[in-house]
Design a protein around this ligand. Sequence first.
Ligand code: BES
Ligand code: MN
Ligand code: MN
Length: 455
Amino acid sequence: MSQLSDFVSQNHHQNVEELKELLRIPSISSLSEHKEDIQKAASWIANKLESIGMEHVEIVQTKGHPIVYADWLHQENAPTVLVYGHYDVQPVDPIHLWETPPFEPDIRDEKIFARGATDDKGQTFLHIKAVEALLKVENKLPVNLKFCIEGEEEIGSPNLPQFLAENKEKLACDVVIISDSDMWDRGVPAITYSLRGLCALEVSLKTANTDLHSGMFGGGVQNANHLLVQLLSTLHDANGKVNVDQFYDDVLELTEFEKEQIKALGFDEEKLKKSLGLTELTGGESNYPYPEKISSRPTLELNGIWGGFQGEGTKTVIPNEAHAKITCRLVNNQNPEKIQGLIKKHLEEQAPKGCTVKVTLQDTGNPFLTPIDDPMIQKAAQAYEKVYGKAPVYKREGGSIPIVSDFNHTLNTPVVLMGFGLPDENLHAPNEHFNLENFDKGILTICTFLELICE
Ligand code: BES
Ligand code: MN
Ligand code: MN
């Protein structure tokens, strides 16, 4: 280990410079004008994997953005590890709030600032560097290893499930390891043992065949905005519960042990309110504690509502259409398609008189939950403890990595979510960054994990 850690620290500067190259590529998966950049990022990853000694490096084109695959399979009797990560990033707006441009990586206070620095280019890069260190220092890896790095995570991984299903043999492994989550706090590592799933819908409501003068028709003809607000307000009850029939039917409740654990981790409500500029925290189900609400309870959120006049000044109009975008975060054992169906049915049944309601079903992703006594998770815990000198916290994450459940079920393998980000690194927001204190430590924790699972 000491030779490895010397190697990693001697190469720290060079490694950070290399990460900067990747961070300069604006590989935003949701915007079609960045299609070329996505290809560039995939090529960059593929070249890097090739140069550190990975074999069978491939850029697999899909209907969307490519998947980068590579392997090193020279340890007949050792386990096989699959590393998953994503090289695509979220859009950068609002751009004016960035202190330095999002695709010009900048180091300040031992943090590297750029879009993707923590989510997930920076964290994926740690795995590449761990493999490089092992190959350079030991001339071999302790395990067989495969990389599967995709470019569509931030748009819900629409093409990866098919790739998994069609390449079960090629991707076969004993464990999937992913660094795309965060630690508990500075110096306190965490293993995420649950992710929420999600489903998305859009609702469009129409009334008359045209917008109307609100003086000539107002008071007599129904207003699409009013009817949409009325309809949307039926989605929750007064206690913040989702009011859709059977919505909670399949929700797996927390065990008493988990509730105790969550409590023991503590939650500083005052601190959170202060940091968010809130005087009250009133979201979601009123009878659940905040830490449970954001990790192990399902939600239904209105992400966007539009209709009628939004321009400068006043317009005396009765709009004839109104729209809303809805997403749910789901937990085990809710089925995203089933929940979509329930919400669609609810919206159609509750449609006020005098309008037509059209519900469009959009993306889905399954929730993920794994037992923390899985031997692979315990090895990850030992690795963290060796490098950080502290046992990890086990936590449920409220965010989603839709493909994780597919890895778990299609490949029939445990998945270890070993994060090196910190909760305040502004992912998806302006001034995203990665704390460099977890850069070398992350690399060494991954090396340690790979060595430990061979024992
Ligand atoms: N890496 C995140 C998910 C995450 C965030 C895990 C924080 C643990 C801690 C991932 O890239 C992400 O943003 N997922 C999206 C998925 C969606 C776009 C389909 C999410 O959760 O909104
Ligand atoms: Mn991510
Ligand atoms: Mn993300």
